[in-house]
Design a protein around this ligand. Sequence first.
Ligand code: SAH
Length: 368
Amino acid sequence: MGDYDRGFSMHTVSERFMEKRTDNISRIDRLRADRTLPREQLRLLLTTLSEEEAAYLYKNADEVRKEHYGEDVFLRGLIEFTNYCRNDCLYCGIRRSNKNADRYRLTTEEILDCCDKGYVLGFRTFVLQGGEDLFFTDEKICGLVSEIKKRHPDCAVTLSIGERPRESYEAFFNAGADRYLLRHETINPVHYRQLHPEELTIENRVRCLRDLREIGFQVGCGMMVGSPFQTVDYLMDDLYFMAEFRPHMIGIGPFIPHGDTPFHDRESGTLQDTLHLLSVIRLMNPRVLLPATTALGTIHPLGREMGIQAGANVVMPNLSPTGVRDKYMLYDGKICTGDEAAECRRCMELRMEKIGYHVVAARGDSKV
Ligand code: SAH
């Protein structure tokens, strides 16, 4: 091979390298402009991002979020009111077959007390989350919701209590509930089956989501990042499903194993994958309410800050009484289990100010 040939081949290699680089940059530009990408382009974006390209992706997502929500970060006060659950999701630490889970239920008074304290701290959304615990009948949930709305009429109430019949959702809505979080977990039926026991189906999950939206709730769906058996194809299916369903909120966070579940020896989802997906979700759903989740803060001390900088605009500090915090263990190592609500609130405010954002005392309704 002569010098000319060697020079020529080196030239093409570096040219190809450049081509790949500019391609990801133009993929990001195209995703921002069109809010979608053809499947093969999306696959390349998700699988070949360099660090510099990732920075460009985050910057674009952050700009889009600022166009709609500025530097505001909305607060949601999370009240984990029961860890009893009739379900047996393979990934979840409070699944019914975990005999090591120390089960608890908050009383009505305790729940209302969390809201009263949260209100003083500037929370204007309360999220009641729990396992699927039928001790809390529709009637009890409605009673709770209407009492919270009576005490704090300027606040939004979000429920996150899993699958119920349409009539139950209607009753919750009529009692004053504003929003409902129900992650779809994975839209692929094969993957859904790998993560859940047979009695749970993606069909019913989607039925619930559609019912909730028809009834008038602001609805949230979402999935874990890096859950066992997840593939890039499944993730892309999730992204396209969400773009089509147009939820008001999207919750994603890394999967983190729990020692007492069948997935105890699986790897966690990664910080990078989660940040990439947060940005892609922001570009595909410019106005969506997108939390930087506790799970993201658990896999990295600055995970939530990085999530906000990658396009998220919601944080969900814990308002649950400290006595039960470490019992609502969906996964190992969950952060903030020892802190009082006031500390969590202050800590979050400082964390956000440090990176140039401001937590606001507002309901933070969806602009979708
Ligand atoms: N029972 C309610 C609330 C579930 S907990 C419901 O069914 O909607 C809220 C979310 O935590 C779940 O939707 C799931 O995506 C997430 N989660 C559960 N186990 C987890 C784990 N091991 N790692 C990360 N996230 C988990």
